[in-house]
Design a protein around this ligand. Structure first.
Ligand SMILES: CC(C)(COP(=O)(O)OP(=O)(O)OC[C@H]1O[C@@H](n2cnc3c(N)ncnc32)[C@H](O)[C@@H]1OP(=O)(O)O)[C@@H](O)C(=O)NCCC(=O)NCCS
Ligand SMILES: CC(=O)OP(=O)(O)O
Length: 323
């Protein structure tokens, strides 16, 4: 993984990438932004009260040289931003409402990305996922052909790397959503040198149980075959049959995964979010993400339990996604 970050770092340091951090007063954000600027990887834009940010930086003894600071309350181009927001939310907000909404750092930061004043955004160290991503869903929107944004984690322990999805966004994905999540997660895995072998997980393997929940996954696998016939994929399948070759031999002898899956698509957000946190905390995996996939421009959400290192890494990924 460190090699991979080196490749991403080399890529982004040649470009002048600007990443906006709406939580400018959060210590983890401040420290990571100072480090990213100091290493000349990208130009961070911190949002918040400028004096307070500077005071906090002094307390933390970090330099804000090469870091841009924006305060929505004093932003000189606010009228232009309000007009653009009213336009993108067509009929859903008035100018007066927009003036209020854009004081919120996540909306303000997302608009900087929308208006090409920043290449991407990282937030969520101090905000829930809903508050972090809602502006992106409303303003940045999904790429053509993609119905739903979803969030993956790259789970890393030594040389082991796996993709877990969706751990962040879609609470009750249907078959179509799961199929799209599977195809997009395979592509995200490739960004991290993972040759995707995709398992659509369930509590059942190949009809060992039958219920609306298992049938949803079976249908999703059929849709994945139509969407990407070359993709190595199987389901519905239990985690052990997807991951342990000996168990695959007994439970799913004809599975193309042969117990070697590396992209795991969970059947619901309950399963995905609980699953990634258990593997992170009980299995001592590093959880890199959530990386949002399917958006027109990169916006990524942090877990509120993140460290400075997590912020630093997610910013590098966000910058790489913008190229
Ligand atoms: C993501 C989430 C915030 C969206 O919920 P919401 O804001 O209530 O969404 P709404 O249904 O009001 O939709 C708001 C907009 O986002 C869009 N949207 C909602 N979900 C979307 C998705 N998965 N992909 C793309 N767009 C989406 C809607 O189309 C709507 O657009 P519009 O206003 O232009 O019509 C919600 O699904 C959620 O809370 N998910 C769980 C997040 C979480 O807690 N995860 C665990 C921790 S990581
Ligand atoms: C991704 C995630 O679970 O975020 P949080 O821990 O902030 O809810």
């Amino acid at each position: 993984m460190s090699d991979l970050f080196k490749i991403l770092e080399e890529k982004i340091s040649k470009e002048n990438v600007k990443i906006v951090f709406p939580e400018g007063l959060d210590e983890r954000i401040l420290a990571a932004a100072a480090r990213l600027a100091n290493e000349k990887l990208l130009t961070p834009i911190l949002i918040g009260d400028i004096e307070e940010i500077q005071q906090k930086a002094d307390q933390l003894k970090v330099s804000l040289e090469s870091v841009e600071l924006y305060d929505p309350k004093k932003y000189p181009d606010m009228d232009k931003m309000i007009a653009a927001f009213v336009e993108v939310r067509k009929g859903k907000v008035t100018e007066e409402q927009a003036r209020q909404i854009l004081l919120d750092g996540n909306y303000f930061g997302t608009m900087l990305v929308h208006l090409n004043d920043a290449h991407g955004m990282v937030s969520g160290a101090a905000h829930s996922t809903a508050d972090t991503v809602r502006p992106a869903l409303q303003i940045i929107k999904t790429k053509p052909g993609i119905q739903k944004t979803s969030g993956v984690f790259i789970m890393v322990r030594g040389e082991e790397k796996y993709v877990f999805a969706d751990c962040a966004i879609n609470i009750s994905p249907d078959s179509q959503d799961l199929a799209e999540i599977a195809v997009e997660s395979a592509k995200t895995g490739q960004m991290f040198d993972i040759e995707p072998r995709v398992a659509l997980l369930s509590f059942s393997t190949k009809g060992s149980a039958v219920s609306p929940e298992t049938e949803k996954v079976v249908k999703a696998v059929q849709l994945v075959h139509e969407m990407d016939p070359q993709l190595v994929v199987d389901g519905e399948i239990q985690f052990d049959a997807a991951f342990i070759p000996a168990v695959a031999k007994s439970k799913a002898p004809n599975s193309p995964l042969h117990g070697n899956a590396n992209v795991f698509v969970f059947p619901s957000l309950e399963a995905g979010n609980i699953g990634y946190k258990m593997v992170q905390r009980l299995g001592n995996f590093e959880a890199v993400g959530p990386i949002l996939q399917g958006l027109n421009r990169p916006v990524n959400d942090l877990s509120r339990g993140c460290s400075e290192e997590d912020v630093y890494k997610l910013a590098i990924i966000t910058a790489a996604q913008s190229l």
